[in-house]
Design a protein around this ligand. Structure first.
Ligand code: G3I
Length: 389
């Protein structure tokens, strides 16, 4: 039984119970809205200016900072919603756009959660990043028994068109294709053997980007992937394969505008080579693309338990990584995959063997700023000013 962050577990269970009560009572989201409205969020500039916020420190350099979160956390935890609207300028739905959540059936969509997140974001002056349109994970139960070589293109086009059109003009950017590359001896181009590849061939990627561009010509369209950060055999081949995929897409005139590097880092990993990372990112920039850091967090799973030591080590990883990637002017955006240790996927995906709560994010479980917060803020301060394209 993996240890789940107690507070998150209680919050989620309480939410699920509340949602059941709401549905039974037909109360809709009124109770959530009352709960949420009961705590008006601070005006953005109400904080002491010396500290400012991560979003403000980023904006001073033409950068943007935001975080991923789940609508349940924002609806049931006003203090967290406060902190989120204060620190971020971009919101990324951690789950609400995934097929398993937004597609109850091959014919229907459930936009209730994604619409709520857009309302929250727009009420508080946040932009939204869409994530992801196409991924081989988080697929609904009906998917494998429904999608065939004959209907795959129609289903993919319908999915992307319906979602992108619905939010056209309201989205900062879309992760159009997520995690397309998995280095293996069996595939020279490294494309992961997903249903889309099986049924549509490598051109499913071009198709996804073209359909998204047609549905919202102003959307910034991103190829998003992980495992690009370290000087390991996997990292080196992943960077090579992602770069050659981008070269192919750009040469074909496919409307890709940025590479998303997820940046799920490990505080105990010592094979980070700044020069290699800078070289890779500059090669991407030389294709005319921007780079977004899209899912940054620093796992402390294998560090000793002492909190001060862990916090300092995690902060140093944030500092060294961001100083490296922000030295490349094409890097325009930094998203952490979560804002507070109160809600992080790492608590149940990479739990600590000693049962202590993990501490990967800028705010702790009490929403207090940690050394990681300071490391990110000061990396923004040291970054050169970005010119928008
Ligand atoms: O919403 C259901 C809830 O109704 C149910 O009671 C509960 C227990 O089964 O599950 C809830 O759904 C979970 C969802 O997160 C929302 O909390 C899914 O089971 C769970 O699989 C899902 O995990 C997400 C995972 O992607 C898979 O979609 C993580 O939160 C999210 O952090 C993770 O994010 C991915 C990025 O999208 C891509 N890059 C890697 C990253 C980390 O894996």
């Amino acid at each position: 039984m993996v240890s789940i962050n107690r507070r998150a577990f209680l919050a989620t269970s309480a939410t699920i119970a509340a949602e059941i009560v709401l549905r039974l009572s037909g109360g809709g989201s009124q109770i959530n809205d009352q709960l949420y409205a009961a705590t008006p969020l601070p005006v953005r500039n109400s904080l002491p200016t010396d500290e400012m916020t991560l979003a403000a420190r980023a904006a001073r350099k033409g950068l943007q900072y935001g975080a991923a979160t789940n609508h349940r956390f924002l609806r049931t935890d006003p203090a967290f919603a406060h902190a989120f609207a204060r620190e971020c300028s971009i919101l990324v739905p951690e789950f609400e756009f995934k097929w398993s959540r937004i597609r109850p059936s091959a014919e229907t969509f459930d936009f209730s959660a994604s619409d709520w997140l857009f309302e929250f974001a727009e009420q508080h002056g946040l932009q939204v990043r869409g994530h992801p349109l196409v991924w081989h994970q988080a697929l609904p139960r009906w998917f494998d028994s429904t999608v065939t070589p004959q209907n795959a293109e129609r289903i993919l086009v319908h999915h992307i068109t319906t979602i992108v059109r619905r939010y056209a003009g309201r989205v900062h950017s879309w992760d159009v294709v997520n995690e397309a590359i998995l280095p293996s001896r069996r595939s020279p181009d490294g494309l992961i053997n997903s249903a889309w590849l099986k049924f549509l061939g490598p051109d499913y990627i071009d198709l996804a980007f073209r359909v998204a561009a047609e549905a919202d010509p102003n959307a910034v369209l991103v190829l998003n992937d992980y495992g690009l950060d370290y000087e390991t055999r996997h990292g080196k081949s992943k960077r090579r394969l992602v770069l050659s995929l981008l070269e192919r897409l750009v040469a074909a005139g496919t409307p890709v505008h940025a590479l998303g590097i997820q940046a799920h880092l490990r505080a105990w990993e010592d094979r980070f080579k700044p020069a290699e990372m800078q070289k890779f990112l500059q090669s991407v920039a030389d294709l005319g693309l921007d780079v977004f850091v899209t899912e940054l967090d620093v796992s402390d799973q294998k560090l000793p338990g002492q909190i001060e030591y862990r916090d300092e080590k995690v902060a140093r990883v944030y500092r060294d990584y961001l100083d490296t990637v922000l030295s490349v002017p094409a890097v325009k955006l930094v998203i952490t995959w979560g804002l507070s240790d109160r809600y992080t996927w790492l608590q149940y995906h990479r739990p600590r063997s000693d049962g202590l709560d993990v501490r990967p994010l800028p705010l702790d479980s009490d929403l207090q700023r940690k050394p990681a917060w300071t490391a990110i803020a000061s990396a923004f301060d040291r970054a050169s000013h970005r010119e928008s394209r």
